[in-house]
Design a protein. Structure first.
Length: 424
């Protein structure tokens, strides 16, 4: 039978996302109340992330995601999905999925769970160490709408270094989806080779996201102000914890000291304003130390402009002179509410400049004139970015995006071709 996208799974997900649109909805409160304590993410950021998620996972976006996953434009016709029309193939769930959830952002855990669930799979979920409560909260919220959906989710907390528990967790699964550091992904992959050698392996390791500020935009006063506000939001939201959080802005054509001063003033004002709306949460002490060290190191760079808010609620480093084409993780900074603004020559140089970072590139937030976007998109794709979006939307990935370059839902689907008799 065709995959039951349009039955309980997606219908329940759509109902949940609709409830999340309302700040006082009981299901939203079930997911969020007290989560600031367990995650260390300040409540304003949690509310903002939830608003973005509810918008991005609308019923329309879910239908687009399924259509994209199975390559069937007919799935978009009418109020329900018409899978396989005109009967060229069917889709079925991949089976039982083990999800090792991320520990950085609750919305990332929602995505990690809802994608295989929406594909009709059964879930076995290990919570991330930095966010232990979200999987069970999501299971309970879905259960309020559909007990049948909740019964397809098993939450299995255990210490990350308990290899025996990990082996039991991975037994008899068809797909393993791992979200975490590159070291964590490698460790789980090694255990999978013993516990479930025939399972498919979906890895979501370390990701790095940057911004692009085009010459025509920043040379216009109002354009620069709008772009700086959008990028400030992307940098400070949830303290920059996500793989799609902004670490550095690449500025086309930045070269002179007076230009650096102009950009420093605009970005500093934007960060100060945004920090009042999105105050810091609990930042890991090691990461905060890296933030301080990175800020001090930049002070010794000739012609660099450095500024910061009280108690390092934000900091900014603008480097007007290119130190070379190859950027590494030191150049883009540690995140944790520290933003770098770096010069680049133009779109063609992105590929060489970002070559050392290419395996980890995730999202490019874009503030660029319409006339220059085609060249930028081509260069960004070749550089290794997996998603391009407008500045200010970096933490709002739509349901139909391609996670880590994969088609949405596709890792959790199996397609069955149906060949019709030839017409005579």
């Amino acid at each position: 039978m065709p995959l039951p996208f349009a039955t309980f799974a997606l219908e329940t997900i759509a109902q949940l996302c609709e409830a999340l649109r309302h700040p006082r909805a009981p299901l939203r409160r079930l997911l969020l109340d007290g989560l600031d304590v367990s995650t260390g993410i300040e409540a304003a950021s949690l509310e903002r992330l939830t608003d973005l998620f509810a918008e991005a996972w609308s019923p329309t976006a879910l239908r687009r995601a399924i259509a994209r996953a199975i390559g069937d434009s007919n799935a978009l016709r009418g109020p329900v999905l018409r899978l396989g029309s005109p009967h060229r193939f069917l889709a079925r769930p991949a089976g039982r999925v083990a999800v090792i959830a991320p520990g950085n952002l609750p919305v990332a855990t929602w995505q990690a769970m809802l994608e295989p669930l929406g594909a009709g799979c059964e879930l076995r979920v290990k919570p991330g160490s930095g966010d232990p409560d979200t999987p069970e909260r999501l299971r309970r919220a879905l259960g309020e709408l559909s007990p049948e959906t909740a019964r397809r989710i098993e939450v299995c907390p255990f210490p990350s270094d308990d290899l025996d528990a990990l082996t039991r967790f991975l037994a008899d699964v068809d797909v393993v989806a791992v979200h975490g550091s590159d070291d964590a992904v490698r460790a789980v992959r090694a255990t999978c080779a013993r516990a479930c050698p025939d399972a498919s392996f979906v890895a979501h390791g370390h990701g790095l996201s940057l911004g692009w500020l085009g010459r025509e935009i920043w040379q216009d006063v109002s354009g620069l102000q709008l772009a700086a506000r959008a990028f400030a939001h992307d940098a400070l939201l949830a303290d920059g914890r996500g793989c799609m959080s902004l670490r550095a802005v690449l500025v086309e054509g930045l070269s002179r000291a007076d230009e650096a001063a102009k950009l420093s003033a605009a970005f500093g004002e934007a960060l100060e304003s945004c920090a009042a709306e999105l105050p810091p949460g609990r930042i890991d002490t090691a990461l905060l130390a890296s933030h301080r060290a990175a800020l001090e190191a930049v002070r010794f760079v000739p012609a660099a402009r450095v500024s910061s808010g009280p108690n390092l609620e934000w900091s900014l480093a603008v480097l007007p002179a290119a130190t070379g084409l190859a950027l590494d993780t030191t150049d883009v900074g540690p995140g944790a509410r520290h933003l770098r603004v770096l010069p680049v020559f133009g779109p063609p140089h992105l590929i060489d400049a970002l070559r050392p970072l290419a395996p980890h590139l995730s999202t490019l937030g874009v503030a660029e004139a319409a006339s220059a976007q085609d060249a930028l998109r081509s260069a960004a794709a070749l550089a290794g970015f997996r998603r391009l979006c407008p500045a200010g939307r970096m933490q709002a990935p739509p349901a139909d995006r391609a996670p880590d370059g994969r088609m949405p839902f596709a890792s959790f689907l199996s397609l069955v071709d149906v060949e019709e008799p030839p017409r005579r």
